[in-house]
Design a binder for this molecule. Structure first.
Ligand code: CDP
Length: 232
């Protein structure tokens, strides 16, 4: 089977800090495809709920809020950014508080319905690399390349701690590990679209891999489908 790069869908799933976003962003860059960070969408909706104080049990208010909310992803010289109703929230969505809030928000059926619809609309024509928890299982089950990234929880915690530190947030490795293990458990055991490896996904353990190694392993899967792959 050979696939046209412009119609290719690459789905990258996995637990917190397994390397999904970094890998997906670099693959998209190298192949000239669109990158979609679905976790940022859930985080942006969680931020809006956090700021507005809407109760998740208030279905009417939640629906009204979702209908009038605009989450957009855009690129600048310093990377991928996200806006919520026109405001750049790239930093605000990555705080430990929002990492806690996103759990109950992302397991809400109505929130998922809305976001999955947005994500499918964005990827309708293919030419996309998307990362999340349910990309290969629910959002794009027909994706031609499916990857499930995983890594040892302690190593993932150290990566997240470093990321937070770079943004001026100091937390102990134990604290970070506890939070991501809890979030993974919540994501994996929820009723709607739990985090799981699609039966046809290739699992890559990134515990001992460099980012370059991860990217190479995914590109090797793409090369099997797209002959004469030209990288940027
Ligand atoms: O960066 P990290 O891997 O920690 O998380 P993220 O990709 O930013 O996603 C944040 C949270 O959004 C996850 O813990 C999930 O609860 C939720 N999420 C989801 O339910 N489905 C997705 N496709 C993506 C994220």
């Amino acid at each position: 089977m050979s696939v046209d790069l412009k119609s290719l869908v690459i789905a990258i799933d996995g637990p917190a800090s397994s390397g999904k976003s970094t890998t997906a962003r670099l693959i998209a860059q190298k192949l000239g495809l669109m990158y979609l960070d679905t976790g940022a969408m859930y985080r942006a909706v969680a931020l809006k709920i956090y700021r507005t104080g809407i109760e998740l049990t208030d279905k009417a208010a939640l629906q009204k809020m979702l209908e009038s909310t605009k989450v957009e992803q855009f690129c600048t010289d310093d990377g991928v950014h996200f806006s919520l109703d026109g405001d750049d929230v790239s930093e605000a969505i990555r705080t430990p508080d929002i990492s806690l809030w996103v759990g109950p928000v992302s397991e809400h059926g109505m929130v998922r319905e809305y976001l999955v619809e947005w994500q499918r609309a964005i990827g309708r024509n293919g030419g996309i690399v998307a990362d999340g928890r349910d990309i290969g299982t629910v959002v794009f089950p027909a994706a031609q390349v499916k990857v499930y990234l995983n890594a040892d929880a302690h190593v993932r915690a150290l990566r997240r701690q470093k990321e937070l530190f770079a943004r001026g947030i100091a937390q102990s490795a134990e604290e970070v590990e506890e939070a991501i293990v809890k979030r993974d458990h919540r994501d994996s055991t929820r009723e709607h679209s739990p985090l799981s490896k699609a039966a046809d996904a290739v699992e890559i353990d990134t515990t001992h891999l460099t980012v370059g190694d991860q990217v190479e392993q995914v590109l090797a899967l793409v090369r099997k489908l797209v002959p004469n792959l030209a990288l940027r």
